[in-house]
Design a binder for this molecule. Structure first.
Ligand code: ATP
Length: 306
């Protein structure tokens, strides 16, 4: 069952057409990713879903509500993660939760949320003294304090180190396991690939693909790549002569072979036949980066904001 339906959404800021006719549906209980490079229109889309921006055209339904018209009712069912730095510096973690809890008649237990998010020991810590990961977890706690049915998380792990990022992914899975539908905005391919049940890829205000991460990758007619480390220089002709091989190159001391078909087998046996000693031989799997390139003709690039 779709809990969010977006149909023909359009939003312009002056000369900039930020969202240009985007349609998608989010099912109950899934982690749905909106993935795209800088300026693709991701935040504008979710802000329209959250009822903080008014669409120029199109229809949005969130659990049967019109987000813009029914903003007050929407607050009770949708929790949005606030952007970094949105809290007063001196506000303590426990105070922030108590304040946000007071907005709801039937909110979550702040102590339980603190424990779930690993913030119990930080209850008396001021916002300004939290680490990046802790501040991020607090913002997630605040999004969940109203016991929402839908949580919108925007650039959830930007600025976090790899461990904190993985911890946050686990946390999002736990949130989904409690039955909350998660709408996740991200520009991290790995995050979308690891976490999302389905991903909408947005580019220049348009939706260019919508599928499971596996489906997006499987649909690719992308060339395969085999990488290995040769013990000594060798004549590339032993590989370029193979039907499966399109190109042989070098990258960071490794040989990179691009081609089609059963490339790994063809390359490995040719190397053995010609007495080339190779280590760390592996087939590189296609990723969402490859899917983006195939869909848009451009490599995926994203700059983090200051
Ligand atoms: N308030 C605004 N006024 C004018 N232009 C805006 C405004 N907000 C966004 N834009 C422009 O609309 C386009 C889409 O922006 P949006 O923030 O939705 O993209 P995004 O995919 O979330 O990007 P990012 O990953 O960089 O945050 C961009 O060209 C942006 O510069």
């Amino acid at each position: 069952m779709a809990v969010i339906e977006v149909d023909g959404l359009r939003k312009r800021y002056g000369e900039t057409l930020a969202v240009d006719g985007v349609s998608f549906g989010v099912d109950q209980g899934e982690i749905f990713g909106i993935l795209g490079p800088n300026g693709a229109g991701k935040t504008t889309i979710v802000e329209c879903v959250e009822g903080v921006r008014r669409p120029d055209a199109g229809r949005i339904s969130v659990l049967g509500l019109d987000p813009w018209r029914d903003r007050a009712k929407l607050r009770r069912v949708l929790g949005a993660q606030m952007q970094g730095g949105a809290l007063p510096e001196k506000l303590r973690v426990g105070e922030a939760l108590a304040l946000y809890r007071s907005f709801y008649a039937d909110g979550a237990d702040p102590e339980g949320l603190l424990a779930d998010l690993g913030l119990t020991a930080k209850r008396d810590t001021a916002y300004e003294d939290l680490s990046g990961g802790q501040a991020q977890r607090l913002s997630i706690a605040l999004a969940l304090i109203g016991r929402p049915r839908i949580a919108v998380l925007d650039e959830l792990t930007t600025g976090l180190d790899p461990q904190a990022r993985r911890d946050t992914w686990e946390l999002v899975e736990q949130i989904r396991d409690t039955g909350v539908t998660v709408l996740l905005v991200t520009h991290f391919m790995a995050e979308a690939q690891r976490l999302c049940d389905r991903v909408a890829i947005v580019d220049r205000g348009r939706l260019v693909a919508l599928d499971t991460p596996g489906g997006l990758i499987a649909g690719l007619d992308a060339p395969r790549r085999v990488r290995f480390r040769a013990a000594a220089p060798f004549d590339h002709a032993v590989l370029t002569g193979l039907d499966e091989v399109a190109e042989v190159g070098a990258e960071r001391g490794e040989t990179v072979v691009t081609g089609t078909g059963d490339l790994l087998h063809a390359v490995s046996s040719a190397l053995v036949r010609h007495g080339v000693v190779a280590t760390e031989t592996r087939l590189e799997h296609a990723t969402l980066d490859d899917a983006f390139l195939a869909l848009t003709g451009r490599p995926f690039e994203h700059r983090e904001k200051e």
